[in-house]
Ligand binder design. Structure first.
Ligand code: KG4
Ligand code: ZN
Length: 362
């Protein structure tokens, strides 16, 4: 018999497990609100030499990391298994082999310790990363999920129902950052490096053409922008400069990248970033004008972007805009445990037949 949580009980502690991409993460969150621990093991060093995430290597690294990461989350929360009320796991979307590692281990813990198992959609997790830190967020809201794998706009209703409003038709925003960084000779993941370099360039130096969307005008497209950056590098003959950057040690600091980047390239990076920000903010402005929502939620790895945060603050939308702190913007398990809380309270628990789904929709 599973222990059934009492919805009146305070202090429901959920262990969350996340392994959908290249981060192995575990976290214990009480009542969907209080983070008791959050452990994240990143595989960036493994994937960097390939310029992106290699699925086979990701699964292998998850297998290596999952047990110590869960142990670390339990130890730093100061809890034993009997103090838990549930185990939540990312069911999808993500890399099939990676999801499977977290799913299998979560099931093993749930089975061994007689705990309810809660399935969480990774994208719903990203939305809860904001609700976890900002319980004052009023619903309905518009949620923009911008990460390496997703650029999705949702309408979030009061009862945590989600309606997909628009999405990228090709590259995700984070993917565009990583691809542009790669073609300019910076290491993976390029988003954080380009973000820092953009601050030193003129965002209005180059006017990139904005993608015109047929059909849903709110959809986004970033692959044309990436090609436009490539064409600019060809037209401006900066091949030698790019090659020189490829020889800079990949774990260098921002001073090293700044020293290896001439002013014209800083302008290119700032203009690229400005175009991405304009594209995202124009959607948020239109949606908050047209929908009677009470808040905007921006989440996912690209929500770390300092230019996007500053632009959202300047945009003075008609409703408050909430971002998670950077450690909760990128993949983590606290967001999975937080998203599981209302499900556990509603009794929405899974059984041992639960399967990971690489293209699970929200
Ligand atoms: O949410 P996340 O950790 O993983 C996915 O679910 O994809 O997001 C990682 C993505 C990468 O593409 C990374 O380059 C991007 O987020 N990213 C950023 C910044 N920090 C991380 N992109 C732009 N500016 C940043 N500061
Ligand atoms: Zn993510």
């Amino acid at each position: 018999m599973l222990r059934v949580p009492n919805s009146q009980t305070n202090n429901l502690r959920i262990l969350g497990i996340e392994s959908s991409c290249d981060e192995t993460a575990a976290s214990v969150v009480a009542d969907g609100r209080t983070v008791l621990s959050s452990a994240v093991s990143s595989q960036i060093d493994t994937h960097r030499k390939y310029g992106g995430v290699v699925p086979e290597l990701a699964s292998r690294e998850h297998l290596r990391a999952i047990v110590p990461v869960v142990e670390e989350a339990m130890t730093s929360a100061g809890l034993t298994w009997t103090a838990l009320d549930g185990v939540a796991v990312t069911q999808g979307p993500g890399l099939a082999g990676s999801l499977l590692v977290g799913m299998t281990y979560a099931k093993a813990i749930a089975f061994a310790h007689n705990l309810p198992l809660i399935a969480v959609n990774h994208l719903e997790g990203h939305i809860h990363a904001v609700l976890l830190e900002h319980p004052e967020t009023e619903l309905p809201a518009i949620a923009l999920i911008v990460s390496g794998g997703h650029t999705h706009l949702y309408h979030v209703r009061g009862n945590f129902e989600y309606e997909l409003i628009a999405r990228t038709r090709d590259d995700a925003a984070g993917e565009a950052y990583d691809k542009v960084a790669k073609l300019l000779g910076y290491p993976y993941p390029g988003g954080p490096i380009l973000d820092k370099l953009a601050a030193f360039g003129d965002p209005l130096a180059i006017r990139f053409t904005r993608a015109q969307m047929k059909g849903n005008a709110l959809d986004l497209s970033f692959s044309g922008l990436k090609t436009a950056v490539l064409r600019w590098t060809e037209a401006n003959g900066i091949g030698a400069e790019i090659e020189a950057r490829r020889r800079v040690p990949p774990d260098g600091g921002i001073a090293d990248w700044l020293a290896a980047t001439p002013a014209t390239t800083l302008n290119l990076i700032a203009s690229f970033q400005q175009t991405v920000i304009d594209e995202l903010l124009s959607r948020l402005r239109k949606l908050t004008d047209e929908h009677p929502v009470k808040a905007v939620i921006v989440t996912g790895g690209v929500a770390c972007n300092s230019g996007l945060r500053a632009a959202a603050a300047r945009a003075a939308l008609s409703v408050p805009v909430y971002f998670p702190t950077p450690s909760l913007s990128t993949d983590n398990a606290a967001m999975i445990a937080a998203a599981a809380f209302p499900k556990l309270v509603r009794g929405e628990v899974a059984d041992m037949s639960l399967r990971a789904k690489a293209s699970l929709a929200l």
